[in-house]
Design a binder for this molecule. Structure first.
Ligand code: SF4
Length: 240
């Protein structure tokens, strides 16, 4: 069932894209994380900056996202090295971690071009254990912790309540989309299907353009939610 769901994302793969942010460099990531990251990637970035380390699935989820927003391999190695070598020497980083980063960019191993993970994949596969920071906050945070995190962004209380209500009904992508709408003061419906799409649309909004993605152009089953085009009533078909 879960492996089937992970294969249902049929949108863009977001690999090797030139970001709307231009040529993304390591020193731009703090600002981009505040302006345009979805909560899943913001959480990974903050914890990486705090602890100078992420476990395997965190490195995969965040590393592939960074590749998708346009961070080059050279800048990715610089970024991860800068953080990890605050708690380990450079030799250890080169031996234990650099290979995996190069692998994600298709420069080692099978030389496959690995694509950034979709929302469905993040929500349904590899749930985080203690000490992990990957996953989807709307799916994997406790409700109280999620509420605290949203309050720290100074979102209005009624907006936070709407987001939490969606989470309680199991509509994680709707909750994330409502966060996007409130954060960007939008009056169009937005439902993310991919963290990189969230990023690109956030950059579009900053540039004064309308978001292009979010709502499926045709009904699409997604983690128990049926996404519908704007203007049609949202179906509530929770299956979990
Ligand atoms: Fe990230 Fe998607 Fe979850 Fe939003 S719904 S936090 S983009 S995984």
């Amino acid at each position: 069932m879960l492996s089937d769901l992970t294969q249902r994302y049929l949108g863009q793969d977001f690999s090797n894209r030139k970001s709307a942010a231009g040529n993304v460099t390591a020193n731009m990531l703090d600002q981009l994380s505040k302006d345009s990251y979805p909560l899943c990637m913001q959480n990974l970035h903050q914890n990486l900056r705090q602890y100078h380390h992420l476990k395997h699935w965190g490195r995969q989820q965040y590393g592939l996202f960074l590749k998708g927003i346009g961070l080059s391999l050279e800048e990715a190695l610089k970024f991860w090295r800068m953080e990890f070598t605050r708690i380990m020497d450079g030799d250890k980083f080169d031996k234990q971690y650099a290979y995996n980063i190069q692998h994600n960019y298709g420069k080692e191993g099978k030389r496959a071009d690995y694509t950034p993970l979709s929302c469905i994949r993040i929500i349904t596969a590899n749930p985080p254990a203690a000490g992990d920071f990957h996953g989807c906050p709307f799916r994997h945070f406790g409700v109280d912790f999620l509420r605290q995190r949203l309050q720290s962004f100074r979102l209005p209380n009624d907006g936070i309540n709407e987001i939490v209500d969606s989470v309680k009904q199991g509509h994680y992508q709707l909750a994330c989309g409502r966060h996007f709408e409130i954060r960007n003061n939008l009056d169009v419906k937005f439902v993310p299907q991919h963290p990189n799409q969230y990023f690109e649309d956030s950059q579009r909004v900053i540039e004064g353009l309308k978001p292009t993605g979010g709502i499926a152009s045709a009904p699409t089953e997604s983690c128990g939610i049926t996404l519908v085009p704007v203007g049609k009533k949202t179906a509530q078909s929770t299956t979990h």
